[in-house]
Each structure stands twice: as structure tokens, then as C-alpha cells.
Design a protein around this ligand. Structure first.
Ligand SMILES: [Zn+2]
Ligand SMILES: [Zn+2]
Length: 312
């Protein structure tokens, strides 16, 4: 009897101990889980913040790239020469990024080191691609990778005229949104062995790059389209014309997908001369004829360009 009671007492005590231990274990488990979830949340907020700063930095590259190209172009417009535009733009952009990196350090406490890896022409003549190697540290988080950014060159000055006919020793000027060649372009053509160079006396061309909206181009022959295009000074995509970066280097043609613009003539000595698309004037030098059957009688064009723009 006593021993039975004893056994029952032991049983109850044992069960109670097991229950208490289980409860304690459950409480420890719950407290741990809550702590873990909280620290995960903090981590992911910090992670998002870090990612946001990198994204923000990437977005800024577009504008910094464009400003770097514009500064390079200004060299030509201030009678300085360019030797290797891609290399020089890289240098300008690296200098700008040094300041930007310092700013990010002050603002976000993030340590950023960057190096422009390349400045490249793209499938579109209106964009330049920048690749920038970026290493960033903040607290225990790191980023190490290449950020890519496309910068538009629309609205920048056309570098080719001033690269071909340097301002330092020529009477070439720009006013409003046009470049005025005076006698310089006809002299340039004379030096290049073109007999009918006189047609390009007092020629002029658009100053800033504006993409022609009259696409497909064959519609330039419709109504007033060609006149509108010339008045606005639009540029056109062209596999034969040079890209913006090669224009900075003074190349009228290049292997990249490029652009072309019409150089307008006003001197009516001669109906035949080189065709007035700028890559022809500055490089290819093949002949064209003055278009007399439409109102834009100042254009001298070869058959293939006249067809491309729907003018014959
Ligand atoms: Zn056009
Ligand atoms: Zn090119």
C-alpha cells in the first residue's frame, strides 16, 4: 500500500518535472525564434538600403556620362584638338566620379571606388554606352561589379565640322543652331581635289544633334517634309555616316552605326558637286546633282541618297 503510494508520488513528480522542462524549452524556442525573425528583418532593411544606393549611383552615371561627352566636344569648339575621344572622355568621367564618390561617402557613409572601363558606340547612333567598374562597402555589405549606362547624345553639338575644319586656323562659326562655313568648306574640298568646290562656298549645317522624326525616311519626299526637316536641322540614322564618338575623332565614316546630316549650299555656280550628306562631303567625295524639281533647291544629292529620302 505505502509502496504503491510512493510509486504514484514518484510518477506525479516525474511527470511534473518533464512538463516544466518542456515548457521551459518551448519558451526558449519561441523567444529565440522572435529574436531571429527580428534580426532577419533588420538585415533585409539594410540590404534594401544598400541596393537602393547602388541603383541610385547607376542612375547618375547616365547624366555624368553625357556631361563628360559634352565637355570633350567643347574642346573642339574652343579651338583645342582631340586625339582619342574615348580615352579622353574616360578621364573626364573618372575625375567627375571622384567627386561623386566623395559625396556618396558623406551622404550615405558608403565607401565607393570606381573606374570607367569603356566608352562605346552602340546599335543606336543616339546613345553612347559607359561601363564602370564599381566596388562599394558599407558596414558589412559589399558590391563589386560592372555598372552599365547609356547616355543620349541628342542635344549635344555635332563635333565633326570643327574636328575636320579646326577653328584655330579657320573662319568657321556657329550662331543660333547653325554652323557657318564661309569659304572654309570649299577650301577644304579644293584641297581634297574636288573641282566643283565652289558650290560649297557659304555652306551651312545644323549645330546640335536632333533625331529626325520623319521615319521612315522615304517620306521626306511627301509635301513639305523635306523643307521642314532642313528648317529644323534634323540628323538621320545612317550605316554610312559616322557615330558620335568617331565624329569627335574627326572621322567622316566609321565601322559603327552612325548618322548623317545635309550640308546646305547657297552658291549656284555649279549644279554638280559632291553629294551634300556630310559623310560624302567629309570622306566619300562621290558626286551628286542639285535637286531642282523640289523647293529645297539648295541640296546636291546622289541618286542613292535621293532614293533613301524619297526625293526621286
Ligand atoms: Zn529628316
Ligand atoms: Zn564610330
Amino acid at each position: 500500500m505505502y509502496s504503491k503510494l510512493d510509486n504514484q508520488g514518484n510518477l506525479i513528480t516525474g511527470t511534473t518535472v518533464i512538463l516544466i522542462v518542456s515548457l521551459v524549452l518551448i519558451v526558449i524556442f519561441i523567444v529565440n525564434s522572435i529574436n531571429y525573425m527580428e534580426s532577419e528583418n533588420i538585415d533585409s532593411i539594410e540590404n534594401d538600403n544598400f541596393k537602393y544606393i547602388i541603383e541610385d549611383y547607376k542612375k547618375n552615371l547616365e547624366q555624368i556620362g553625357r556631361q563628360s561627352i559634352a565637355e570633350e566636344t567643347e574642346k573642339l569648339y574652343h579651338a583645342r584638338s582631340i586625339h582619342d575621344s574615348r580615352k579622353e572622355i574616360k578621364k573626364i568621367m573618372n575625375d567627375k566620379l571622384k567627386d561623386v564618390n566623395e559625396e556618396y561617402n558623406k551622404k550615405y557613409g558608403m565607401d565607393i571606388r570606381s573606374e570607367v572601363v569603356s566608352v562605346e558606340s552602340t546599335d543606336s547612333p543616339w546613345k553612347v554606352l559607359f561601363k564602370v567598374r564599381v566596388k562599394a562597402d558599407k558596414d558589412l555589405q559589399q558590391f563589386d561589379g560592372i555598372l552599365e549606362s547609356n547616355s543620349s547624345i541628342e542635344g549635344l553639338k555635332d563635333p565633326l565640322p570643327y574636328a575636320k575644319i579646326p577653328k584655330i586656323n579657320h573662319n568657321i562659326q556657329h550662331q543660333g543652331d547653325r554652323i557657318y562655313y564661309f569659304e572654309t568648306l570649299s577650301q577644304y574640298l579644293r584641297k581634297n581635289g574636288i573641282d566643283s568646290y565652289n558650290s560649297y562656298l557659304l555652306a551651312s549645317a545644323p549645330l546640335t544633334i536632333k533625331k529626325c522624326p520623319y521615319d521612315p525616311y522615304i517620306h521626306h519626299g511627301d509635301g513639305n517634309t523635306m523643307k521642314e526637316c532642313l528648317d529644323k536641322g534634323y540628323f538621320h540614322e545612317s550605316a554610312d555616316g559616322s557615330c558620335y564618338l568617331c565624329r569627335l575623332d574627326g572621322k567622316g565614316v566609321c565601322p559603327h552605326y552612325g548618322m548623317e546630316v545635309f550640308i546646305q549650299t547657297y552658291h549656284f555656280d555649279n549644279n554638280d558637286s559632291v553629294s551634300c550628306s556630310d559623310h560624302v562631303v567629309f570622306h566619300d567625295h562621290y558626286p551628286g546633282k542639285r535637286l531642282l524639281n523640289i523647293s529645297v533647291d539648295s541640296l546636291i544629292l546622289d541618286d542613292s541618297h535621293a532614293k533613301k529620302y524619297g526625293l526621286i
